[in-house]
Design a binder for this molecule. Structure first.
Ligand code: F3S
Length: 755
């Protein structure tokens, strides 16, 4: 009989075998239901359907899938965990891990920065660690590494389906997994054992031919795809890579490509199961998984004759190394053109910093390629001309490169080795060399390069490229350089050309595990105390929202009639507010502060209908709440676009909102509103938006008889007492209406569990 293979080395009590058995069966059913051969992404996704007999129309149907695991990073895990706690479940229903990587500021090098982060974020780390113990989640302490690198090293497996509360979760596609970034509320559903609902994505193919030359690297592939598809071009699609070009990619190289699929809006990206994945699995101590995947290798390939919605051709023989930016990851330049493009566009030519790391490019292979460039410089007595930092992707990588002598090389050439964490990639960079507002250029091996992302300076021109090009340019200190033909001057005037990088896919002597930074899920969680101080400013346990009282809402004030764009950022701003992500009451002080009031064109300036005075939106909402008055928001098109940030739904609910009436919703936000017990409504006649004034009173009638597909009546009362009725639509299913009745989806889950 077949050997039982544990899901990971930390989950020896869970087997991978039944997952593959179920996948095989369900794929067969799903293939028959679709009546056509399936792409690999479809096989994995439909092979995890709650109902594999569903006929799916990609781009139209909504599907419910049952993921194999959940991963969360420390910034998003706070609210997700708080919500999970309020569901009242004893353990998470699927294997879940928490990773402390976002909250470590890069300033003085790895050990000092870690020490500082442990002090600054002590209560957050203590809370997450205690919750992980209590609810059976794996907990990766600060310094263990970046979430996606840890997942690739330990948890990802070919054919698996996972969700993660971070946009770069697709990194695991490098190991043939369908891995999707979601909001905390979705993670809570899955952790509670419910299915995850998503619009069935279209599948795009990228056909790779040829092979890399000289300075060519996986980063060029995704930078090229980004240039072709632009930042929106992958929206609603999974990108599947194949073709003979894949042979020149390592597993971590494939992960680099999948990771940055997030930059083009793709749901996720993945590669077909192949030899390099097998090699990586074995090198990371997962021989059993490698054997099992090999046994199922046919299942882990697309069906013969499957069709992609579109196919992009990339010939690696002709692909020039790419440098994308500034300010947008789809603005592509080839390495030979960057100097001219930069001069023409007036970008600062001096390179102030080169940053290597992030979940995109911090693998062992990446760092050996960087080291091979640094070594050449050292041999000629040359040091970095720009600031140069390196974040190893994980403790395993750090320990291994230390043993293999790379750390020494980095330090000798003038690099600062930072903690195994996100660091400057998420703006955790206490930068001192340039002032805010000072124009400057930086090269990074990261994925995002929006203004202010790395150092908070809107004038920092950030370019994303491969780690080796970051290194070469940091040695040159200027954008006026092409390592393919230009020379660098040594201290004695001798000039030399850098040889293309020469890395090692995997460490010859194997990986070291390094310091033990893992806290396993506790077997007997009884008695574990959750650490949340009642006086904390950053964490607050959630009170369940009250159930609906069964009555219509009559004569509600309009908190704000929003004009134009209202993204989740307008509703719940990020930046300085991030630190309150685990404290609903404190973060609610940012509610709608970015939204524009249709009455006066101003942000955060609305009339309190009780006093007639103008004030900030959150204060006004609090005043209505204190007066026992439910309120409503009126909005425009595509309300709630942007992200799946659940705070944008939690905050209005917390401050007493009951309904959001708009021209149209971004779907994820609409679902999030329903989950938190609000009524998302849309104008049946879009012109009715203009008939409503901010001081009108609104009643929602006939709620008791709410039925799927049946419109509701909204009565608008003008200040002079005149009224008129309009029709509004909703998209509640029977099941979702239960969420509203119970006060939230979590309340409903809790009740179901009791029953
Ligand atoms: Fe962290 Fe940057 Fe990746 S914030 S998870 S390293 S995109």
């Amino acid at each position: 009989s077949e050997e039982t293979v544990p899901l990971s080395r930390f989950e020896t009590n869970r087997a991978l075998n039944p997952i593959y058995e179920s996948l095989e069966k369900k794929v067969q059913i799903a293939r028959e239901a679709q009546g056509r051969p399936l792409t690999l992404a479809e096989k994995i996704l439909y092979g995890h359907l709650e109902d594999p007999t569903q006929k799916v129309v990609p781009g139209e149907s909504y599907i419910k899938v049952l993921p194999d695991r959940v991963a969360m990073q420390d910034a998003t895990a706070q609210m997700a965990t708080l919500q999970f706690i309020s569901a009242g479940l004893p353990r998470t229903a699927v294997p879940t891990t928490i990773h402390c990587d976002h909250l470590i500021t890069a300033e003085n090098g790895a050990s000092k920065d870690l020490e500082q982060a442990s002090i600054t974020n002590k209560e957050v780390f203590d809370f997450l660690s205690s919750a992980a113990k209590k609810f059976g989640m794996g907990f990766w302490k600060p310094g263990s590494g970046i979430i996606h690198q840890i997942v690739l090293e330990n948890y990802a497996f070919p054919g698996g389906l996972m969700i993660g509360t971070d946009s770069h979760t697709p990194n695991a596609g490098g190991l043939g997994m369908v891995a999707i970034g979601v909001g905390g509320a979705d993670a809570v559903d899955v952790m509670s054992g419910l299915a995850w609902e998503v619009k069935a994505p279209k599948i795009y193919g990228v056909h790779l031919t040829g092979k890399f030359h000289d300075w060519g690297s996986p980063k060029d592939v995704i930078c090229k795809v980004a240039e072709i598809l632009t930042v929106k071009g992958g929206t609603g699609a999974i990108i599947e890579y194949f073709g003979p070009g894949v042979e020149s990619l390592s597993c971590t190289g494939m992960a680099t490509i999948c990771n940055m699929g997030a930059e083009i809006g793709a749901t996720t990206s993945l590669f077909r199961y192949n030899e390099r994945m097998d090699r990586y699995l074995k090198a990371t101590g997962r021989q059993g998984i490698a054997n099992l995947a090999k046994k199922y290798s046919k299942l882990l390939q697309p069906d013969e004759g499957c069709k992609y919605h579109k196919v992009i051709e990339i010939d690696l023989d002709k692909l020039e190394p790419m440098i994308n930016g500034p300010f947008s990851p789809d603005l592509g330049h080839t390495v030979s053109k960057i100097r001219d493009d930069a001069k023409n566009a007036g970008y600062p030519m001096k390179l102030s910093a080169g940053l290597v790391g992030s979940c995109t490019n911090s693998s062992y292979e990446d760092l050996t390629r960087v080291a091979s460039i640094c070594k050449q410089a050292l041999d000629k007595g040359v040091k970095m001309k720009s600031i140069f930092t390196i974040n190893p992707g994980s403790e395993q990588i750090r320990a291994t490169i230390e043993r293999d002598g790379l750390l020494e090389i980095f330090e000798a050439v003038g690099a600062v080795v930072l903690a195994n964490a996100c660091g400057p990639c998420i703006g955790q960079w206490n930068r001192k060399d340039v002032k805010k507002g000072e124009p400057n250029s930086i090269f990074t091996s990261f994925n995002r390069n929006f203004a202010m992302r790395n150092d908070g300076n809107p004038k920092t021109h950030a370019f994303v490229t491969s780690p080796e090009l970051v290194t070469a340019f940091a040695l040159a200190g200027t954008l006026d350089f092409d390592p393919q033909k230009d020379k660098i001057k040594g201290p004695n005037g001798e000039e030399f050309k850098l040889e293309p990088p020469n890395g090692q896919e995997l460490p010859e002597k194997g990986f070291l595990t390094g310091r033990d930074t893992f806290q396993p899920p506790q077997e007997s969680p009884e008695g574990v105390e959750l650490k949340v101080s009642p006086t904390s400013e950053r964490l607050q346990l959630l009170e369940p929202f009250p159930a609906w009282n069964g009555k219509d809402f009559i004569d509600m004030p309009i908190l704000i009639k929003v004009k134009g764009k209202c993204t989740t950022d307008h509703i719940s701003m990020a930046g300085p507010w991030l630190k309150y992500r685990g404290h609903l009451d404190n973060i609610s002080n940012n509610m709608f502060i970015g939204a524009i009031n249709a009455e006066n064109g101003k942000a955060n300036h609305v009339k309190n209908q009780l006093t007639g005075e103008y004030g900030p939106v959150p204060d006004t909402a609090r005043a209505y709440k204190a007066a026992g008055m439910p309120w409503i928001v009126i909005g425009d098109e595509n309300y709630g676009e942007g992200s799946s940030r659940e705070h944008a739904a939690l905050e209005p609910r917390h401050l007493g909102g009951v309904a959001i009436l708009v021209r149209s919703f971004a779907r994820i936000h609409e679902t999030n509103l329903k989950k938190q017990g609000l009524l998302p409504l849309t104008f049946a006649n879009s012109a009715d938006y203009d008939r409503i004034s901010p001081e009108d009173r609104i009643s929602i009638l006939g709620l008791k008889d709410l039925k799927p597909g049946k419109p509701l009546t909204v009565r608008v009362k003008k200040q002079n007492g005149d009224t008129f009725d309009i029709q509004v639509n909703h998209s509640f299913s029977e099941e979702q209406f239960e969420w509203f009745k119970h006060g939230s989806a979590l309340n409903k889950i809790k009740e179901d569990l009791k029953a």
